[in-house]
Design a binder for this molecule. Structure first.
Ligand code: NDP
Length: 577
């Protein structure tokens, strides 16, 4: 436990501001643009692309997509580290597969294929036409007399947008560990989300990083990113030192290719069914089939089935039985994961240090079939810090437990900001009616209707999952479902000739009361080992509660609710003027 919680991390500002630079696409000079825009979508990751695609499907022709990156893809644009892939099954993770006629190559697909899919969505829905890439939004301010947002960018653009969709992403702003002396390291260093292939050699497709063959390489962090790139580093580096604070749980991956013939036989509408099936099973629900069948659904199915057996044997249906079923299933699962470490890793001390001792859902579960094996490679060394983290860094290397590890290259796999203010992560504030800033309106926590609409910010849509489904194991499902609702709202406003759409304060308050009436989905188990899944072990404040709440019935209930809310065509809670 650390008393500083999230404050232990350094922000990518000042001497670390270069962390946010785009190393992949040179910024092409262009003249500033002044234009009237019907819909401006900020952020060209899956959230922005899917929303824009839904709007296109709803008949909106004037859609501009803007992103500071040099191409679309969001986190899949930035994260090009070797081995990057999505460990949620492509059949449910890649949005709009049917609409774009895409067959994923495998059950879990690599990052370049995911970015290519993002490009395919942009091409299919003609979103490149009015895309402003390598362009950073600086301010968004509502002009009441024009009923438009005035949006300014770092390229001098002034866009007057009727609607703004903000899809600025939850986990994209790199952070650094606040390790004493981190700035003093004189060797080569970079964050995993800005991989320096010019130094390492190799490429995002996994070619051997020949530039590292004579190098002593260190990597700080053993989260989902590190787990994927360490096997590649292990193969390439002269010596590799893995600095571990908390071991990740590494479950089986078992990737398989997808048979295009089988895929061709899927009935229209299959993807929505698959997404729904995944979510039902992932949230302890009942379904006859498990389409995805992997580690994400496995833990829930174990809990659910154990609970059913206990009830059959006479236990009462209720929270105590559920808790017991959860604890027993988790214990069983984690014992299997620890036994797997023993079965794979030859050195006993290393194997012990690699075993996660906590509950699986305390931290983000990982799945890999080569990570543990890397520690059998004699040039790969696990430096376990006994939960304390790296002690300090100097010009020549890293200190742990009084031992100095000299390094040529230090790779930082310390993740991304979570739980920091929305406007800090997006890099701009939004000024609504009467000059109210979104950062002020949300100073004590997010306030919204359905996680999408905000009172005082007409024609502004938040793209995310907070205060809605909170579906985090398959984030894009939030986008495909919420995108349908946003598109219907815009279509309705246009058909009525309304220039403003906004939730009433009563509807917003009622929604907040409703979602905070249950603790479901709140990440706050203080018994867990700290991390972003439990607010770094800090107690949940009132604003954390607002920021972390979702529909009390869970993601499935929210998606069903939102679907019928939009289909009635009444859009209860919104005013169109
Ligand atoms: P994480 O935040 O998950 O991991 C950061 C790592 O850095 C942790 O192991 C952390 O240890 C370690 N760390 C932080 N400070 C120190 C320190 N002072 N000394 C030593 N170690 C330290 O970041 P990732 O980039 O790995 O992943 C971020 C998220 O991105 C994932 O959780 C996931 O949601 C997403 N992702 C998704 C993938 C996918 O397949 N869909 C793949 C990769 C990432 P500790 O655990 O003790 O805090």
């Amino acid at each position: 436990m650390r008393s500083d919680g999230n404050d232990q991390y350094l922000e990518a500002t000042g001497r670390y501001a270069h962390l946010l630079d785009d190393p992949y696409t040179p910024v092409a000079p262009r003249e500033p643009i002044t234009a009237d825009v019907q819909v401006l979508v900020v952020g060209a990751g899956f959230g922005g692309l899917v929303t824009a695609a839904r709007l296109r499907q709803a008949g909106v022709s004037d859609i501009w997509v803007i992103d500071k990156a040099g191409d679309v893809g969001g986190v899949w644009y930035w994260n090009r580290y070797p081995g990057a892939m999505c460990d949620t099954a492509a059949m449910v993770y890649l949005p709009l597969l049917e609409e774009t006629g895409t067959v994923p190559s495998a059950k879990y697909v690599p990052a370049p294929e995911i970015q290519a899919h993002a490009r395919r969505i942009a091409t299919t829905f003609d979103l490149y036409r009015d895309a402003l890439l390598s362009t950073d939004v600086k301010s968004i301010a509502w002009d009441e007399s024009a009923a438009r947002y005035i949006v300014r960018t770092d390229r001098g653009d002034v866009l007057r947008a009727r609607y703004v969709c903000a899809s600025t992403g939850p986990l994209h702003r790199p952070k650094l560990p606040g390790i004493p002396g981190i700035h003093s390291f004189a060797g080569h260093t970079f964050h995993t989300s800005r991989w320096d292939y010019a130094y390492t050699g190799g490429d995002p497709a996994g070619a051997l990083m020949s530039g590292l063959s004579d190098k002593r390489v260190g990597i700080i962090g053993t989260g989902a990113t590190a787990v994927q790139c360490i096997p590649h580093l292990s193969r390439a580096a002269g010596e590799l030192y893995v600095f571990q604070r908390t071991p990740s749980s590494i479950d089986v991956r078992n990737n398989q290719s997808i048979d295009p013939q089988w895929f061709a036989g899927l009935a229209p509408g299959w993807q929505r069914e698959w997404m729904s099936n995944f979510t039902v099973l992932q949230t302890l629900g009942f379904a006859e089939d498990d389409f995805v069948k992997d580690g994400w659904t496995d833990i829930s199915i174990r809990i659910r089935d154990r609970m059913a057996r206990m009830v059959k044997a006479g236990a009462e249906i209720g929270p105590a039985t559920l808790l017991q079923a959860y604890e027993d299933s988790d214990d069983e699962k984690m014992s299997e994961i620890r036994a797997r470490v023993d079965a794979i890793v030859r050195d006993r001390r290393t194997a012990e240090a690699l075993k996660p001792w906590y509950r699986q859902l305390c931290k983000r579960p990982c799945f890999h079939d080569e990570y543990l094996q890397s520690f059998n490679n004699p040039t790969t060394h696990l430096v376990d810090t006994d939960g304390k983290g790296v002690e300090r860094i100097d010009e020549h290397g890293v200190w742990v437990g009084g031992t100095h590890y000299p390094l040529d290259c230090l790779i930082v796999a310390s993740g991304f900001e979570v739980g920091t203010p929305y406007t800090r992560r997006s890099g701009f504030d939004v000024i609504g009616r009467n000059g109210v800033a979104l950062s002020d309106y949300w100073a004590e926590g997010m306030r919204s209707l359905h996680g999408i609409h905000v009172h005082g910010f007409p024609n502004f849509f938040v793209i995310g999952f907070t205060q809605g489904a909170n579906q985090i194991a398959n984030v894009p499902q939030n986008y495909v479902e919420n995108g349908l609702a946003i598109a219907d709202v815009v279509r309705h406003a246009e058909s009525k000739g309304a220039t403003r759409v906004e939730p009433t304060p009563e509807a917003e308050n009622d929604w907040l009361t409703f979602i905070t009436s249950s603790q479901r989905g709140l990440r706050g188990n203080p018994d867990c080992t700290p991390g972003y899944y439990n607010n770094e072990g800090k107690p949940i404040s009132r604003s954390d509660m607002f920021n972390g709440s979702g529909h009390p019935g869970g993601p499935v209930a929210f998606f069903e609710f939102l679907d019928s809310w939009r289909q009635t065509g009444e859009f209860v809670g919104l005013t169109f003027t």
